[in-house]
Every structure is written in structure tokens, then in C-alpha cells.
Write a protein that binds this ligand. Structure first.
Ligand SMILES: [Zn+2]
Ligand SMILES: [Zn+2]
Ligand SMILES: [Zn+2]
Length: 650
């Protein structure tokens, strides 16, 4: 075969990139509830399989194989052919295939390594080598987002080592020195990293030159960051770190490979030749789960949890209780079960009336401090995000005496803020972060600012952010770790659809920046402020936070999490209406939507709220609700209307 034929061959990387695109589009579809997206994603996957097969048949892995990186890339993207080739070129003809038992053992062993490295890090938090080691374990566990988080902390520490004026210079230098004697560390023996650098200069005593070692280590950080951010789908950040690494080590083969993967994936995803790095997409999807090591999630159905929630609820909804409710299992897609009498259910918490509630009566009035506002100059209360009262001598508004710019609507909000979070951010210049964003970043900035509020609450109260009462009991639409797992076998099917939106800036960089502004040592407090903690908080906000749009330009600019309001489950025939001003208020409806039935709620009935526009017809309603509910709405009204529509000739 002449070499000219090569360009005619189906490209393995191309087929693989197409699969990434397919996976991403179906994920976007299930998040936005857009059926068109989902369908196009499924088709792209099918086409990708064909391309992969054709490519695989035309290649000889032992000559043209890609090795471990490609195997991993293929695994994460679910490309059968690429995994097979990666394994084949790495191990000769032997193709890796594990039994389920071997998989479990492998994961358990990696989880033990993760725990032991975490314990080491808590004892030696400025040791950048430990962060790199843990990043590699996270990568093997298929948490590329967490791997990137650790590599980023390691990268920051390489700067601390090299610059005497930096805050943690001494600690970082001491920690790296402890590794400098003896042979170069295993973690740095990677790819062509050592070969691409001239040998590390040795000092007179035979010890290594520490700044040179830090510099070499930073290249290893760029390798880990760029590859793992690519695996998350954060192409812009991946590309930036890749280029920074190549600037230090232009011949580095692993970085050159990563650069070409980024280009291929970018062209497939944006469907045009890649232009500037700034046009690359930077949001991806990562695993949304209760991490196996997360010991903070309460058993929400336990007596203790229910007692706590009911005590809190008593003041804001005196006629209600929190109980375990049976909800229909939400389906991934339309199904034939709409007409069935019995459908699968699962347990979830819900709000129930314990006394009769009259039509028009308040059901719940909830005050929340977990609020955010993304405009720099906006006349809303810093605590509750309600409108500030008009200025004047009669005004109830209160300024913080220590940072004049922070205003509260009244003495109550000021005191709540002082008790629960404000001193952690008072006069710390945290206020300007993520304010006045582009229109397309409005939602993300609100989620970030909610995160910032919970971090301030945790810091002020001296607890882990996941122990903050206002968010502890929120269910974050988690999926089991097992379902999120990537099958390493070459015979694996498509990869799981990860469901937590993720970007380097919002999930790693800016949260750490906020903590630094709050004068928090981001290394010594790793136990409380690890990236997996941020991800868990985001999982809880998404789907439960409500936002208000500014009437002037229609952009969402204020958001809040009301943990008790969101305990009321969704139904397209709700028995309450809701409104959020300074307080979130649920009111019993005067009239129901279905058949204009009379409003009011009887003792024992569940409080049914709504997370989508219930005036829409069933099809649109279900598509819309999919984004906030995480699946196809299976409420009684939806199933009834869908069955009716099917039985009525058009
Ligand atoms: Zn207020
Ligand atoms: Zn203040
Ligand atoms: Zn419904």
C-alpha cells in the first residue's frame, strides 16, 4: 500500500473523536431536555462505531498503535477500537480483558491508595509530589476532573518552590527537598519527560538542583492537566496547559500527542476547522455521585435526619411534615408504560400536610441565606437577596460597619449574616469575583456564587462545607459510582453518560481563588476544600436552586437554594403555587389545573410543587421538566394526557 493511501483511510482518532461528540451531544440533550440533540447524538455514536471498525480493520496495531494514552482516551470516550489498539500496542498481541471480580479488586486497591495518599497529604500538605501521585491514582480511577484538581495544586506549588517571595515558599521547598536525594521519582519517569530535558544539574554535595526539579515537575503537571481536562471535555483549558508545557519542553512527545488529540476532538465537536484557542469549548461533563470516600452524606431517610428536618420545618411550615414519599421512577425516554396502572417507584423525601390547609393559605414560608447575586451594583440584600428598602431616614437597611459596601435589608438579615457567614468574607474583596458576567455565563456564575456562600458559611462556622445544615440534606441527583464507572474491557459498550457540568475555571480555579481571597490556606485545609467537595456542592445546587431574572434585560441575576421548598416534589397538577421575593412562599392553590378541581389540601396529602411551566402541553412539559427533574415526568397528569393523545386520532 502506498503511503499516499493513508489519507484515504478512516481515521481512528477521527472515529474516536466522533464518539466523544456523540456522547457529549446526548448528554447535552438529557440536560437541556432537547430531543433533537439526543437523537443526533445517538446517530453520531452509531456512525462513529462504523468509522472505528473500518479504521481498525485497516491497521496493524503493533506498528501503528497508540499505546496507553490512546487506550485511556478510548476508554473514557468508549471507543472499542481504540482501547483494543492501545492495549495491543502496549502489550504486544495480548489484549487486556478483566473479569468483574478483577475490576472490583483493582478499584478497591486504587481507592486504598487514594486514601493513603490523602492521609499523607493531610500530614504534608505542601508536598507537590504527593499531589501528583494522587492525581495519577484519580486518573486510573477514571476521575479526570479530580486528577486535574490535584495536578493544578501541584503546579501552584512548583511556583511556590521557585519564588522566594511566595507565601508558602519555605514549606513547599522543604517538602520537595525531602524527595531530592536518590534516584529521580517514579512519577517523573514518564513518557519522554526526562529525555527531553537536559540532565538535572547536581549541586556540589550531589543533591539535585531544587528549582530545576520544580521546573521539570511543572512539565509533568502540564501533561496531567492537559490530558485530563481533555478527557473532561474542557478543551480550551486543556489546550492552554498543553501549550504552556510545550513552551517549556517543545519536543515533549506526550504533550505533542495531547495537542493533536485536542485539535481532533475540537474539530469534531465544533464541526469546523479549529481557529483560536479562545473559541474552543470549555465545559464538559464529569461524574455526579456520592464519592466512595464521601462520609458526609447523611442517610436522609433515617429517624435522626427526619427529626432534624421536622424540627426545622416546624417554624416555616407549621401544618406540614417531612416524610418518605414514593415517587415514580423517571424514565430516560418516552415509553409505553404511560397507560399502565402500576409503575416502578423509588423512595424520596417529600412534604406532607398534617392538617387541612385552606385554598390560598400559606403552606411554607422559608428564609434562606444560601443566595447569590451576580451584579456588582445591585440593590439587593447581601443575605437574603431580597430587594433593599428605599433609602431615606425611615429605611430599615443596615450597612456592615466594617465593610461599608455590604448592605442588608434589615437588622434581622444583618444578624443572620453575622452569625452564619459574613465575618469570613467581611472586607476581603471577595465581592468582585464572578460579577457582571457575559450573558452565557450568567447561570454558571450564580452557581459559583452559591458555592462561594457555602464556603463562607463553612469557614465561619469552622465545619466542612458538606456539613452546612442548609445543604447537607439536599439530594444532588447522584448516580451510583458503579454506573459511572468506565468499563476497561475492550468489549465494553458505549461509556456511561456523566451528568455533572464541569469546567476548569468554575470547578477548580475560581473556588481556590475565592478561598485565597478569604485568607484560607488552600493546602493546609485540603480536607475541607478538595475539588470533590466543590463538585458535590454543585451537584446539590443544580436542580434545586431557583433564579430570578432581571426584568430589565431578562438575565438571571439572583439565585437561591431553599432546602425545604425543594423537598416538595414535582407534579404537573400541583396543589401549591410558589413565589420567591425575600422569602420563598408556597401557597395552596385556589383551583387545580386538572378539571378546575377546587384547591386546598387535606391532612395526609402530599404537597405537590412544580419545576416547569405547567400550562404547556404534555410533550413540551415533559421535555422541559427533564432538565430539572433528570428524567421523563411520570406524574399522573402526564401519563393520562400522553395516553389520551395516543388514543385520539389526529
Ligand atoms: Zn435581607
Ligand atoms: Zn462586613
Ligand atoms: Zn408531569
Amino acid at each position: 500500500m502506498s503511503s499516499g493511501n493513508n489519507s484515504q483511510q478512516p481515521s481512528l482518532v477521527g472515529g474516536h473523536a466522533e464518539w466523544i461528540k456523540g456522547a457529549t451531544e446526548s448528554t447535552i440533550g438529557s440536560v437541556t431536555g432537547s430531543q433533537a440533540w439526543t437523537t443526533s447524538g445517538e446517530q453520531a455514536k452509531a456512525h462513529a462505531v462504523d468509522t472505528m471498525k473500518a479504521a481498525g480493520e485497516n491497521r496493524d496495531p503493533s506498528i501503528q498503535g497508540y499505546g496507553k494514552v490512546e487506550q485511556k482516551l478510548g476508554q473514557v470516550a468508549g471507543c472499542e477500537g481504540m482501547v483494543k489498539e492501545g492495549a495491543a500496542s502496549k502489550n504486544g498481541a495480548r489484549v487486556m480483558d478483566e473479569s468483574e471480580e478483577e475490576v472490583d479488586t483493582r478499584i478497591e486497591s486504587l481507592l486504598r491508595q487514594r486514601q493513603s495518599l490523602t492521609d499523607d497529604l493531610l500530614a504534608r500538605p505542601y508536598d507537590l509530589i504527593l499531589y501528583i501521585q494522587r492525581a495519577l491514582v484519580y486518573a486510573d480511577l477514571a476521575y479526570p476532573d479530580l486528577a486535574a484538581g490535584d495536578a493544578y495544586r501541584a503546579l501552584l506549588l512548583t511556583d511556590e518552590v521557585r519564588d522566594e517571595s511566595f507565601e508558602y515558599h519555605e514549606q513547599a521547598l522543604e517538602a520537595l527537598k525531602s524527595h531530592a536525594d536518590g534516584p529521580l521519582l517514579d512519577v517523573l519517569e514518564h513518557g519522554s519527560l526526562l529525555g527531553s530535558q537536559s540532565r538535572l544539574p547536581e549541586l556540589d554535595g550531589g543533591a539535585k538542583d531544587i528549582p530545576a526539579l520544580a521546573s521539570l515537575t511543572s512539565i509533568r503537571c502540564y501533561q496531567i492537566l492537559s490530558l485530563n481536562l481533555l478527557l473532561c471535555g474542557c478543551l480550551k483549558s486543556a489546550s492552554k496547559f498543553c501549550e504552556r508545557g510545550l513552551a517549556l519542553s517543545p519536543q515533549n512527545q506526550e504533550l505533542l500527542n495531547t495537542r493533536s488529540y485536542i485539535q481532533t476532538v475540537a474539530e469534531r465537536r465544533t464541526r469546523k476547522p479549529s481557529s483560536g484557542v479562545n473559541d474552543l469549548p470549555d465545559w464538559g461533563m464529569v461524574r455526579r455521585e456520592i464519592y466512595p470516600w464521601n462520609s458526609y452524606e447523611p442517610n436522609r431517610f433515617s429517624e435522626d435526619s427526619l427529626d432534624f428536618l421536622n424540627t426545622e420545618l416546624a417554624t416555616m411550615a407549621p401544618k406540614c411534615t417531612v416524610q418518605v414519599a414514593e415517587l415514580p421512577v423517571l424514565l430516560e425516554c418516552p415509553s409505553r408504560t404511560d397507560g399502565y396502572d402500576i409503575i416502578p417507584t423509588c423512595s424520596q423525601l417529600g412534604l406532607f400536610a398534617k392538617e387541612d390547609i385552606a385554598p390560598g393559605e400559606d403552606v411554607l414560608v422559608e428564609y434562606s441565606l444560601v443566595t447569590a447575586n451576580n451584579r456588582l451594583k445591585e440593590s439587593v440584600c447581601d443575605a437574603c437577596s431580597g430587594e433593599l428598602p428605599p433609602l431615606g431616614s425611615e429605611s430599615t437597611a443596615v450597612n456592615c460597619p466594617d465593610c461599608y459596601d455590604t448592605v442588608f435589608c434589615d437588622q434581622y438579615c444583618f444578624e443572620q449574616a453575622q452569625n452564619l457567614y459574613h465575618p469570613a468574607v467581611c472586607d476581603k474583596d471577595v465581592d468582585s469575583i464572578a460579577k457582571d458576567p457575559d450573558a452565557k455565563e450568567a447561570d454558571s456564575s450564580l452557581h459559583l456564587l452559591l458555592l462561594a456562600r457555602v464556603l463562607a458559611m463553612a469557614a465561619h462556622q469552622g465545619i466542612n462545607p458538606l456539613d452546612v445544615n442548609q445543604i447537607k440534606y439536599i439530594w444532588g441527583d447522584f448516580i451510583s459510582s458503579k454506573t459511572n464507572e468506565i468499563d476497561l474491557s475492550p468489549n465494553a459498550g458505549p461509556p456511561p453518560d456523566w451528568t455533572l457540568p464541569f469546567s476548569f475555571a468554575y470547578n477548580i480555579e475560581t473556588p481556590l481563588h475565592i478561598l485565597e481571597k478569604m485568607d484560607i490556606d488552600i493546602y493546609a485545609t485540603l480536607a475541607d476544600y478538595d475539588v470533590w467537595v466543590f463538585n458535590t456542592l454543585y451537584s446539590k445546587f443544580r436542580g434545586t436552586a431557583s433564579a430570578r431574572k432581571n426584568p430589565r434585560d431578562g438575565r438571571p441575576d439572583v439565585a437561591a437554594v431553599h432546602p425545604f421548598w425543594c423537598l416538595a416534589n414535582h407534579d404537573c397538577d400541583p396543589n401549591v403555587t410558589w413565589d420567591w421575593g425575600g422569602r420563598m412562599v408556597l401557597k395552596a392553590r385556589e383551583k387545580r389545573i386538572v378539571d378546575d378541581a377546587p384547591g386546598g389540601i387535606r391532612a395526609g396529602e402530599e404537597i405537590l410543587s412544580h419545576y416547569c411551566d405547567v400550562d404547556l402541553p404534555v410533550k413540551q412539559r415533559r421535555e422541559w421538566a427533564r432538565g430539572s427533574l433528570g428524567g421523563w415526568c411520570m406524574c399522573h397528569r402526564c401519563r393520562q394526557e400522553a395516553t389520551d393523545a395516543e388514543n385520539t386520532p389526529e
